[in-house]
Design a protein around this ligand. Structure first.
Ligand SMILES: [Zn+2]
Length: 312
């Protein structure tokens, strides 16, 4: 959505509240006390009243704005920023754009929005042709590791491991020199502790359809995959060739790294998943255009995410 349309459509706090109310009612309001779904709307208080037990529910209660003191305007602007640009925004930058004096509530707002994106994408199971790859993201050294000498390569404390998957389907009716072109569908990226088979296999069991065909590089942990997947094609390639053998997933990981580099030099490993949630959510909806704003708003009315994260 462009900025002019955004500011014309949502000029004041009442317009944001009304839009939020509309989306919330489309999704359905549930009484926190009795589970009832029939409510009266009390205009004078801006609250729902359960028809069954008379319990009152505020417009924010049970949504992503639960317990948030930030105005609706902030949430709408944050949703607009996150859905209108390919790049992302650090909490520091959003804080500056909003002119808000405190950093923490702005950081929490973005954290909750990215968590909501992640929980939406968690519902999907990949199918068809799947490419698997590991990514190593630069991250700040955890406090307890700081005094130890830095290891290099995969075991490095400065690298956080990410397990990435992308699904693709053959584009019918087209053939190029390299064979039939494929179109990428959904991607998923998950921060993992290690690349052992015992870590990776359960993720695939849960997130990948049994009849999918897997392409991976020849990583030892993938050996067990035969037990969970129908067809599995390890591609033995020298390291410098990996990009060619598994082009989509390789490119996608690089784009995710670029998005993060635009915001930070190093990411705290504890929050890397949160940023990857946003990257994958936006990638998976890259053709939605202006509809993405309303999609994220819809996700927001149904994701309470009221937890607080101690930034340490
Ligand atoms: Zn009730």
């Amino acid at each position: 959505m462009n900025l002019i349309y955004f500011t014309n459509t949502y000029p004041n706090e009442e317009s944001w509240k009304l839009k939020f109310k509309e989306i919330r009612e489309k999704h359905g309001v549930t009484c926190p006390r009795c589970g009832g779904t029939e409510h009266y709307w009390k205009w004078d208080q801006w609250q729902y009243e359960c028809k069954n037990c008379k319990t009152r529910t505020t417009l924010r209660s049970g949504t992503i704005m639960h317990n948030s003191k930030l105005p609706f305007q902030y949430w709408f602007i944050a949703i607009h920023l996150l859905t209108s640009a390919r790049k992302s925004f650090s909490a520091k930058e959003v804080q500056r754009q909003l002119g808000h004096k405190l950093y923490q509530p702005v950081w929490e707002m973005l954290y909750k929005l990215r968590s909501a994106m992640g929980s939406r994408d968690e519902r999907y199971q990949l199918a068809s042709q799947i490419d698997l790859h590991e990514g190593f993201f630069s991250s700040i050294t955890a406090k307890e590791e700081k005094d130890k000498p830095l290891k290099r390569g995969w075991g490095s404390q400065r690298k956080t491991k990410v397990f990435a998957k992308s699904e693709s389907r053959v584009v019918e009716g087209k053939t190029t020199k390299k064979g039939k072109p494929r179109r990428v569908g959904f991607i998923q990226m998950q921060v993992i502790e290690n690349l052992e088979a015992d870590t990776i296999t359960p993720i695939l069991e849960e997130k990948v359809s049994k009849d999918a065909v897997l392409d991976t590089d020849d990583f030892p942990s993938y050996v067990k995959l035969k037990s969970v997947i129908n067809e599995y094609n390890p591609k033995v390639s020298p390291t410098e060739m990996v990009g060619e053998a598994l082009p989509w997933i390789h490119l996608t990981i690089n784009n995710a790294k670029k998005m993060l580099l635009n915001m930070y030099h190093d990411v705290n490993p504890a929050f890397l998943q949160n940023y990857l949630n946003e990257f994958c959510y936006k990638f998976n909806r890259r053709y939605y255009g202006e509809a993405l704003f309303e999609r994220l708003l819809t996700v927001s009315v149904s994701n309470k995410n009221s937890f607080r994260y101690n930034r340490g």
